[in-house]
Design a protein around this ligand. Sequence first.
Ligand SMILES: [Zn+2]
Length: 165
Amino acid sequence: MSEGFVYCPLCSHALERIPDEGQARMKCPACGFIHYRNPAPAVGVIMLDGARVLLVKRRFDPYKGKWAIPSGFIEYNEDVRETAVREVREETGLEIEIVALHAVESCFDDPRGNTLLVLYTGRITGGALRAGDDAADVGYFPLDALPEIAFEAHRRVLGDLARSL
Ligand SMILES: [Zn+2]
């Protein structure tokens, strides 16, 4: 697995691989920069209608054609709740408000990199259901008859939800 940067993002010197607390890190021998890698934060919203959950069919890779909880990456200057509301709007056409924090999950099967997924529950306040630009389709599915789900963390959370109902 790559450790990310090859050259120092601060001074452009070639980085060296160093062991640090059991993690392989890239360090710059010229200026001392160390590249600490962290999972990218993402957020999604669980929208329930009785025992059905709102899912989005992925238009693009990774996992194109599989279904997922409406979710996306948090922009640098964006509040996590704003991202949640924006992603649901962009992917499903629905206006929502956040109800509660549901779960925080690690995601290790996104080829773009590991993520930390914050999941809220939400409530519809407006809009109309339609697949957005990066969604091939959108719809509600019974929790006990789900389509093929894209990410392991999504499968785990939806499985737990199905067992809790
Ligand atoms: Zn440097």
